[in-house]
Design a protein around this ligand. Structure first.
Ligand SMILES: N[C@@H](CCC(=O)N[C@@H](CS)C(=O)NCC(=O)O)C(=O)O
Length: 236
């Protein structure tokens, strides 16, 4: 059986990482059984989760996992989509993964209140004298990464404005369709659902979350996808 390496359920979500959630959804949409392993981070070939192990083969990165499913299992995530819809799916996914993701990281790790509310607790298992030091070190490393990426150079209000722009675009694009491209979920739904669900978690207080909550179609979409793919599971 395929093994998916995950972080585990956080923030009331099936996994704390939107990329891991995307991989879960891809496997579910393709109808492939998998087991989860929460102990793989230290051995992650690219230093990040998710990755999968399938019959001895290791595939790292959610998009490469998608390609693997398509190639090995012959599953077409974009069945029935026009050439134009397929072309559009790619920039929508890139906006979520390469822009909205960093907005979310900024909100969780740079904002003091949000950091204290949850990311700080990732370090609870570390004994007290070291805990604050390590948490501070990791936090600084992540913020440095956000500066290198670019978004971390802007004020938190400017970053939020960019995030809201992404959310508004997703809301307009989804419109009153049940799924991004119509009546059935496609590959890009795995991505969009994961990032929207992550952004809607009540754990973090953000203008982007409020903006998302104001789009009834996005809220209903997350509920629809959740019920369809995660209703049997209990998120932590
Ligand atoms: N492009 C990768 C991104 C994966 C990624 O950024 N994973 C994050 C969690 S959301 C991670 O493992 N971060 C841990 C680290 O950077 O040390 C994918 O699509 O799988």
């Amino acid at each position: 059986m395929i093994v998916l390496y995950t972080f585990g359920p956080y923030f009331g979500l099936p996994d704390g990482s939107p990329f891991v959630m995307k991989a879960m959804l891809l496997l579910k949409i393709a109808g492939l059984a998998y087991s989860e392993n929460r102990g793989g981070y230290g051995k992650a070939p690219k230093g990040k989760l998710p990755y999968i192990e399938d019959d001895g083969e290791i595939i790292a990165d959610s998009t490469f996992i998608r390609y693997h499913i398509e190639k090995k299992y012959g599953f077409d995530f974009d069945a029935g989509l026009s050439v134009e819809q397929k072309a559009l799916a790619w920039p929508i996914e890139r906006m979520c993964e390469d822009h909205l993701y960093f907005v979310g990281m900024d909100v969780r790790w740079r904002d003091d209140a949000n950091f204290a509310n949850w990311p700080a607790h990732f370090f609870d298992a570390i004994p007290k004298p070291l805990r604050g030091l390590i948490a501070g070190m990791i936090r600084r490393k992540i913020i440095k990464g956000l500066v290198a990426q670019g978004l971390g150079r802007h004020s938190q209000a400017e970053v939020a404005a960019f995030g809201i722009r992404d959310i508004d675009a997703l809301a307009v694009f989804l419109g009153d369709k049940p799924y991004l491209m119509g009546d059935q979920p496609c590959g890009a739904d795995a991505t969009v659902m994961s990032f929207l669900a992550g952004g809607l978690t009540p754990v973090f207080e953000t203008e982007v979350r409020t903006a998302t909550e104001h789009h009834a179609n996005l809220v209903a979409y997350v509920k629809r996808m959740s019920e369809r793919y995660f209703s049997a599971e209990k998120a932590g």
